[in-house]
Every structure is written in structure tokens, then in C-alpha cells.
Design a binder for this molecule. Sequence first.
Ligand SMILES: NC(=O)c1ccc[n+]([C@@H]2O[C@H](COP(=O)([O-])OP(=O)(O)OC[C@H]3O[C@@H](n4cnc5c(N)ncnc54)[C@H](O)[C@@H]3O)[C@@H](O)[C@H]2O)c1
Ligand SMILES: O=C(O)[C@H](O)[C@H](O)COP(=O)(O)O
Length: 386
Amino acid sequence: MNILYDDNMPYAKEYFRGLGQALPFTAGALDNTLLANCEALLVRSTTKVDAALLNEAPNLRYVATATAGFNHLSLTDLTARGIHWYSAGGCNARAVAEYVLACLYVLAQRDGFLLSNKTVAVVGVGNVGSTLKSLLQSVGIKVIAYDPPRATRDPAFISAEFSQVLKADIISLHTPLVKDGDFPTEHMFDASVLETLGPQQILINACRGEVLDNAALLALMRKDQSSMPKVILDCWEHEPEIDRELLPYITFASAHTAGHSLEGKARGTDMVYADLCRFLSLPLTLTLEDFLPVFSLSAEQTQKLHDVSASESTQTIVCESIKCMYDIENDDSFFRRYMAKSHSFSELRRNYHVRREWPAAKIAIQNKKAASVLGELGFKLANDSK
Ligand SMILES: NC(=O)c1ccc[n+]([C@@H]2O[C@H](COP(=O)([O-])OP(=O)(O)OC[C@H]3O[C@@H](n4cnc5c(N)ncnc54)[C@H](O)[C@@H]3O)[C@@H](O)[C@H]2O)c1
Ligand SMILES: O=C(O)[C@H](O)[C@H](O)COP(=O)(O)O
């Protein structure tokens, strides 16, 4: 089988070489001569698989995206041509949930509030939203779950009302981009919705840029930033050509990298591999454990955690532990510096640093309450913790 895979899929060479002739391509530079013979095309979200691409690929039988979102695949065109398609739903759910928690803990420390006193509205309670909801609830943070389409599919799920969402202290968006049907999400947060929010609230978009009307947000921020919520953006409208004018009004800004943990990306490759093996009726011979490197904190980080362990404040210890794994302030300042130099959003994403998920780390924390919270959040605790 002739396979083409995005060269930004970790371990793809190792996973796919046993399934046929597997060649890498760079998103944005997919060669039509390669497409002409391609039978299986493995992409990430930066390759649009539409009629124009499919017209160049007459031998294509299989398309997969190693990402959760699949709004870059034209399902109508794939189905019309009888091409099997797959998306790796859930591959990076923990990565995005960790991103949201990292933002919230750092903001709580910076602004001097207790996260445990806040209510978080999770909008879209699928793979990402459910993972986030479980982690928040496991550490005692109240969650409002909003997902009307899920309530129609799953009688056991009861969705909150949208009016309750708008009153929450923190609103975190985790829906797909849906342009039509009964539950569209495009510009779900438009000017009329944004105007109902206040400065004591926090709004996070780590799903798709188009769910939040960026032009309306910019206009309202310019009119009176002091009446607006704090806005945290990982996903932007019109990526990669985002509106840089919005940047000064954003509390934490990142380049659509919430899901870019090494595990999140590699799990995407692994899930596509498993689906392609099923499609070809071949046995699975490789797993993620064959590839993920062992991780340990640096001596400096270990010392820092040891020092902060003496703190009385659980939130301080949890925040510092999270920062050892994922420092959102670093991502934010790097992004701002990078964008100020007119560098490309896509390049920044391609060269994103290696970020590991929290269960990869083993930490020693003396404070019992903090150790328990960190355990709930997925950190492995060394024997001398608790
Ligand atoms: N920033 C990132 O790096 C990153 C990473 C992963 C996923 N994503 C985005 O987040 C989205 C969610 O990911 P997921 O894996 O949880 O997908 P999912 O399909 O598992 O869950 C999405 C949920 O949103 C719900 N939903 C749909 N329309 C809705 C509406 N109008 N109102 C409320 N809820 C609605 C669905 O019913 C579903 O339960 C993806 O589609 C992708 O666009 C972004
Ligand atoms: O949908 C997803 O899984 C995410 O948006 C994912 O992180 C996108 O990453 P990309 O394919 O653009 O590298």
C-alpha cells in the first residue's frame, strides 16, 4: 500500500513502514505526483482534504487525521468517493485538559483567588470536556456541564442551560466547529453573548477559533476592556493568519498548541495506526509504549519542588508542580515575542517544544493535601510523598 503521512506525526515512520511504502510530506507542500499514487493519506489538521485534493488522488482508499477535530476533512466528498475516513478522537483530551488547568492555576496565583471557590462551565462534554470535568471535580471544583447534542444522544446526560453557562466564573469551550444543523457552534460566542459577560469572569477557547467571534471580541475589548472577561485563547479565527491586533487583550495566548503534548500527538499516530491495521485486516504489532521516552524532572526542577513543598498553601504547591511540566506563561511570552517579529504562526506550531503529560512525571511532595490533589490530577507520587 502507498501511504503518505504528515511529517509532524511523531513516530509515523516507525509505525507505518511495516504496512507498505510509507513516505512523509510537509503540510502545505503536498506534491500532486505523490498524491496520484497514494492509497492511504494520513494528515493532521493543517491539511484540508477536500474535493480539490481528492481529484488529484484517484487511488485513495483511506484517509485518517491524527487529531481530534476533523472539520478539515470534507466528509461529503470522502463518502461520495467511498473513501474510508477516521479521526483520532480523544488522542489529546488530557493534553487540552492539562492546558486549561495550567492556565487556571497560574491565573489564580497571579490574581490571588482560590480556584476551589470557582465554578467552571464546560461547553462541549465529549472527550476533552469530560476529561476536564473529571479532573476539576476530582479536586473539588464545581462544574456546570453544557452539551445539548449529547443530551439528545445520551439519556443519562443532563445538560445545563446556556444561561447557567453565562453566569459561571470560568467558561471553557470544547465543542467541534459545526456550521449547520440543530446545534451549530460557529460564533456561538458572538457580540450579543460576549456582551453579557463581565470582568470577574474568565473565558477560554481551546477548541476552534470560529466558535468565538474574534472581530466582535476585538471591537468590544477596544470599546471597554474593563467591562470584559479575561480571555485566554489557544485557538484563533482564520489560523494561521490570525488577527494580531487581538493579542494585547488576551490574558494567555498560545498557537493552537493546547493538544500538543508529546503523548497527545503520538497517541494520534498510534490510533491512526490501529485503525489502518483494522482497515487492512492486519494484526497490531506496535504500541505507544514502544516509543515514548522515559521522562524525569531536571535536578533544578526537583530542588524547586522540594523547596516549594514547605509552603502552607496547597494551591501554591500544585501550581508550581504544574509549572514544572507545563509553564503556560513561557508559552505565552514566547508566542507574543514570536508574533511581534512577524514570524509565522504555522512555523511556531511545527517547532513547538516537547511537552510531556503529567502522568509521565514522578514527584515527591511532603504536604499531604497538595500530594493528594496532584495525585488526582494524574501526577505519579514518589513513595516518600503523603
Ligand atoms: N486546541 C487544541 O489543541 C485541540 C485539541 C483537541 C481538540 N480540539 C478541538 O476541540 C474539539 C472537541 O474535542 P473532543 O475530542 O472533545 O471532541 P468530541 O467530539 O469528543 O466532543 C465534542 C462535544 O461537543 C458537543 N457539542 C457539539 N455541538 C455543541 C453545541 N452546539 N453546544 C454544546 N456542545 C456541543 C458534542 O455533543 C460533543 O459531546 C475538537 O473538535 C477540536 O475542534 C482542540
Ligand atoms: O483537533 C485537534 O486534535 C487539535 O486541534 C490538534 O492539536 C491540532 O493539531 P495540528 O494538527 O494542527 O498539529
